[in-house]
Ligand binder design. Structure first.
Ligand code: NCD
Ligand code: ZN
Length: 338
């Protein structure tokens, strides 16, 4: 039995670090586990300009300390200026741009109402090699909330992949077999990130013994067969799937509320949780590719030179971390980050 594993330092290819006091509280947890992170731009107001993105990057660097590199994203709106995207990309501020369908999730009100509105931006991104990160859910009351990812793939993503064959696209935080199969079968320009919660939990977890707001995130947890397919994709060894925690902290009162916010704060023990599942599935030898190699390769960045070691040692997840409720609060994990 493997009792320690040493791998290249991992990166988080999808995280919400927030701003202000919340940023100061949560950034050190990501910095402890990851060397770099793709930082989501869904602040209030959203990060739509190069000036705002550089200033946010400085605030993150100050909060996270040295040794952590934030990789910034632009928030796509109906009126986003392709020249602004290209300038931010050329200046090394923006690595990617994020498509939030308007109304799909937290702080997505300024998102895109119709893909037709961002065609010039997508064309420019394809031309300059800027990655598109996608929140893959349709909105609208006529589509059941559990079907929104699959419908998005049919209606929006498949045509996008056809129309922009050289645009690199990351389907973020996949939750369904439909998504896992689509990405596996798609050209090499298409990849996906996978969260620990979508590998570990099916939608029953939302109602286990009562309503469980700390398991609520978007896209919402799905039925068991989808969880199993997503987990199999993560541990498959395919270079198209890589680590993206989607750590999305909200104050406890905003989670435990009459209208609770979507988002799971998993940054404090993300690697321990992922590794436990790779171990359970007999796939420890594929963990480094998922956590540390596939993401940089897709984004065209070098893998990190530094190494980390995880040891098989029972680790308790505290019920609360800095006033926030972490993923698996009060539970035990089998691995510890040395
Ligand atoms: C995210 C957030 O809170 O910003 N919430 C979530 O449930 N994942 C937004 C998002 O990524 O959908
Ligand atoms: Zn997210």
């Amino acid at each position: 039995m493997t009792d320690t594993i040493t791998i290249r330092r991992p990166d988080d290819w999808h995280v919400h670090l927030r701003d202000g006091d919340m940023l100061a509280r949560v950034a050190p947890y990501s910095a402890r586990q990851f060397a770099r992170a793709i930082v989501m731009p869904n602040l209030k107001p959203p990060v739509t300009t190069v000036v705002a993105a550089s200033a946010y990057r400085e605030r993150i660097r100050a909060a996270a300390g040295s040794g952590f590199e934030p990789l910034m994203t632009a928030y796509l709106t109906d009126s986003i200026d392709p020249d602004e995207l290209a300038r931010g990309h050329a200046e090394g501020v923006w690595v990617a741009a994020k498509l939030y369908p308007a109304g799909a999730t937290t702080n997505s009100d300024s998102g895109v109402t119709d893909i037709a509105n961002i065609r010039p931006a997508l064309q420019r991104m394809q031309d300059i090699g800027m990655v598109l990160c996608v929140h893959g859910e349709v909105t609208g009351e006529e589509v059941d909330v559990f079907d929104r990812e699959a419908v998005f793939i049919d209606r929006i993503l498949a045509p996008l992949v056809r129309d922009y064959p050289d645009l690199r696209i990351v389907l973020e935080h996949i939750t369904t077999r439909d998504a896992a199969q689509f990405v596996a079968a798609a050209p090499a320009t298409v990849a996906a990130t996978i969260t620990p919660q979508h590998m570990m939990l099916g939608r029953n977890a939302l109602f286990a013994g009562g309503l469980r707001p700390h398991h609520y995130c978007l896209p919402v947890l799905k039925r068991e067969e989808h969880r199993a397919a997503v987990r199999a994709a993560a541990t498959s060894g395919s270079a198209k799937f890589f680590l993206g925690t989607d750590s999305a902290p909200h104050a406890r009162a905003d989670k435990e509320s009459d209208c609770g916010c979507a988002g799971v704060f998993n940054a404090p023990f993300a690697l321990e949780a992922y590794l436990q599942m790779f171990d359970e599935d007999g796939a420890i030898d594929r963990f480094e590719a998922f956590a540390s190699l596939n993401g940089p390769a897709f984004y065209g960045l070098p893998p990190n030179e530094a190494r980390i070691t995880l040891a098989r040692r029972p680790t308790g997840v505290p019920p609360e971390v800095d006033g926030l409720v972490p993923f698996l609060a009060g539970g035990m994990l089998d691995w510890a980050l040395a």
